[in-house]
Design a protein around this ligand. Sequence first.
Ligand code: NAD
Ligand code: UDP
Length: 327
Amino acid sequence: MPAASRPRKTVIVTGGAGFLGSHLCDRLLGDGHHVLCVDNFYSGTKDNVLHLLDDHRFELLRHDVTVPLFVEGEEIYNLACPASPVHYQFDPVQTVKTNVHGAINVLGLARRIKARVLQASTSEVYGDPEVHPQVETYWGHVNPIGPRACYDEGKRCAETLFFDYHRQHNVRIKVARIFNTYGPRMQVNDGRVVSNFIVQALRNEPITLYGDGTQTRSFCFVTDLVEAFIRLMDTPDDLTGPVNLGNPVEHTVRELADKIVALTGSRSAIVHKPLPMNDPVRRRPDISQAKAVLGWEPKVGVDDGLKQTIAYFDELLKKGPAALEHR
Ligand code: NAD
Ligand code: UDP
């Protein structure tokens, strides 16, 4: 349905001051909705939504989703959770709480106010996958006691809770399994590969390649992902997902490093660092379901998306240290 003919709603976005959440807030406001952005600024920043604060349809609430919340709205996007391994492993107990208590609180809210609720799940539910490309029917290969488990198992338990609230309490759910997504407003110190490599390349500092760089990922540009979110939320109630959302074009991390060095014209050298424990070897989404049920596939190629992301970081870094204080 074209945006103009869609009814106006109040939409709650938890994690709305983060990378994905802030782009989602932009899009929802652009579509004419009211947005309540809920965030505790653990890995996001007010700077990401500063440009929205004067919009009377936008409201920003500092709140931790591990605590119940009592607000009103017709739709909820549950994005609250640090997504970078560096951030989610910094305080793993909090990561589990955010995923599990956060899901319970958000689902309780959805139940009370009869809202539709979309969960930002992740390709990490597949762990270090033995099935390639990853299909939604694959149950995954996760180390339950490793350093990534706070996130992987937290997200898996959140999916369990979403489906149990759906079956037991008829909550209308949508579960999106998001694969690596990148773009402007990732933090300079985010720790994820795209932002790390771009910032290192722009500063002509060594590019930190973990392991031999043969591990693969598939990189989706943020605007494509947000489009998929909106389409998934708009599907009929019987479509719960999980639905894989991501770009099916697979690259080695080494290829990504070479590409970023070439696109930035950087003098950076590549240095090898140890591969983090349980780092998935291969990752690529099978997006047949998203194509069939959402009529969606990514439009932005990796070169184009990287150029837009490089332009963002280039401008930010040129502003100097003061501009980076909160990023
Ligand atoms: P991000 O870290 O930029 O954003 C997460 C936001 O959640 C931040 O603003 C943070 O402050 C907020 N938050 C964290 N804990 C919270 C809490 N307890 N209460 C309230 N707010 C809290 O990460 P992102 O890339 O924007 O990811 C958004 C969501 O999408 C996350 O749930 C993540 O797991 C999921 N996801 C992202 C990707 C990706 O590649 N970007 C891939 C898979 C899944
Ligand atoms: N990576 C890297 N150098 C970095 C950051 C990440 O080589 O500075 C690698 C990391 O080991 C992984 C891939 O890039 O194989 C993607 O890492 P990221 O943290 O972005 O996300 P993940 O998909 O592992 O959650």
